[in-house]
Design a protein around this ligand. Structure first.
Ligand code: ATP
Ligand code: MG
Length: 371
């Protein structure tokens, strides 16, 4: 797929700016705080309806405005599509395809695919489990758009269950006794929805692992072996929804007292972990900087290839400030992989970090103060 053009209105520091893309690679060059990452963020939003930098639309809409928008024309094998996303400070969004407003955001997802790679992604290895859950969730949203809806339902059930547990908190003045009948209703909801989340995550990890392991071997020169393991908070011996649901409810029973003390839900996919081990050693605690970087690069290349194989077309690649951080060997690996097949948008503060091969095949756009 190829992003032909993008039009940003009252989005971050862009008042009204149209951009056309003319080459498989576009380098956005500019000083700090000019709007390079903002442009990539707009593309990320069209692909995933999420931004890894903010989860409040109020931050995305230009300061002082009520409403902002992102529009794009995308060429796919099946023809061109016009995508539209209107963001409001109130949080209400409107999505459209070819000028038709869609009732559900799920219908919009899957139109454009993109893999985002920024220096923040090192947190995927080094940071807490929340980063890894967000990673797999964003990937799943692109592989199976209905997952976004499922995750939303799960989060809602979780929030309501937590609210119930908090109501009975003895620390609050208006403490009321725990409504056990209502809790049982949320338990059942949580187990049903949570089981679906767990099964989809397990499947996604099983799909991406071979790709990541391949790229990791490739970049590290076969010296190291990567293993990715899903560690759901509910034991999952077999991929059988009935058994997982039973195990879920059993685990809730075991943690009942702790939950009433902590006034929060302690069981479910919001507590899952994804473990990366290199040569049987956890990469998070023991990996060197270089090993962690190699791992993140391998994961990103794996995402590209997996999305391509599922969607049937190469996704876009968004490289935010990341190229300069890769050593020449890893830079070449990335360049070799994307060739001109994956349309790539790259941000940088100066062009010297690019070798001539990159510059020859790229369109260079200078970004100054949102223009
Ligand atoms: P760097 O090289 O430092 O990463 P950048 O070019 O990637 O810089 P961006 O993150 O794209 O910078 O843009 C940051 C600029 O956008 C800042 O000046 C910030 O104040 C501005 N900005 C962010 N959100 C909004 C908003 N909602 N309204 C107006 N301006 C905003
Ligand atoms: Mg930036």
């Amino acid at each position: 797929m190829f992003l032909r053009s993008l039009h940003l209105r009252q989005f971050r520091n862009y008042r009204d700016q149209a951009v056309s893309f003319a080459a498989p690679k576009t380098i956005l060059v500019g000083d700090n705080a000019q709007g390079k990452s903002n442009l990539l963020e707009a593309v990320e939003l069209l692909a995933t309806l999420r931004s890894h930098r903010s989860n409040r639309d109020r931050d995305l809409v230009q300061q002082g405005a009520e409403e902002g928008s992102i529009a794009a024309r995308l060429d796919r094998d099946s023809g061109s599509v016009d995508l539209g996303l209107v963001l409001r400070s109130s949080g209400r969004r409107t999505v459209s395809l070819n000028g038709q407003t869609l009732k559900r955001q799920v219908e919009f997802l899957g139109t454009m695919s993109a893999v985002e790679f920024s220096s923040l992604d090192l947190e995927l290895v080094r940071g807490g489990p929340g980063h890894r859950r967000q990673w797999i969730d964003t990937l799943l949203t692109q592989l199976e758009p209905v997952y976004a809806h499922l995750l939303q339902q799960y989060t809602l059930a979780l929030r309501q269950r937590n609210a119930l547990l908090k109501q009975s908190s003895s620390r609050t003045e208006a403490a009321i006794p725990l409504d056990r009948a209502q809790l049982a209703v949320w338990d059942a909801q949580l187990a049903t929805l949570g089981t679906r989340v767990i099964r989809r995550r397990a499947r996604a990890i099983a799909r991406i692992a071979p790709f990541a392991e391949f790229w990791h071997r490739d970049i590290s020169g076969s010296r190291e072996s990567l293993e990715i393991r899903y560690a759901p908070s509910v034991p999952m011996e077999k991929d059988d929804p009935t058994l997982i649901q039973q195990a879920f409810l059993e685990k809730i029973r075991q943690r009942a007292i702790a939950e009433q003390v902590q006034h929060t839900t302690l069981v479910g996919p919001h507590r899952d972990e994804i473990e990366f081990t290199i040569n049987h050693t956890p990469a998070r605690q023991y990996g060197s900087q270089g090993q962690q970087r190699t791992l993140v690069l391998a994961l990103k290349l794996a995402e590209l290839k997996l999305i391509e194989s599922v969607v049937g077309e190469p996704p876009l690649l968004l490289l935010d400030d990341v190229l300069a951080e890769l050593d020449p060997k890893r830079q070449h690996k990335l360049l070799d992989t994307i060739q001109d097949r994956f349309q790539t948008l790259i941000t940088t503060t100066h062009l010297d970090s690019f070798d001539s091969q990159w510059l020859r095949s790229s369109q260079v756009l200078t970004v100054v103060a949102g223009q």
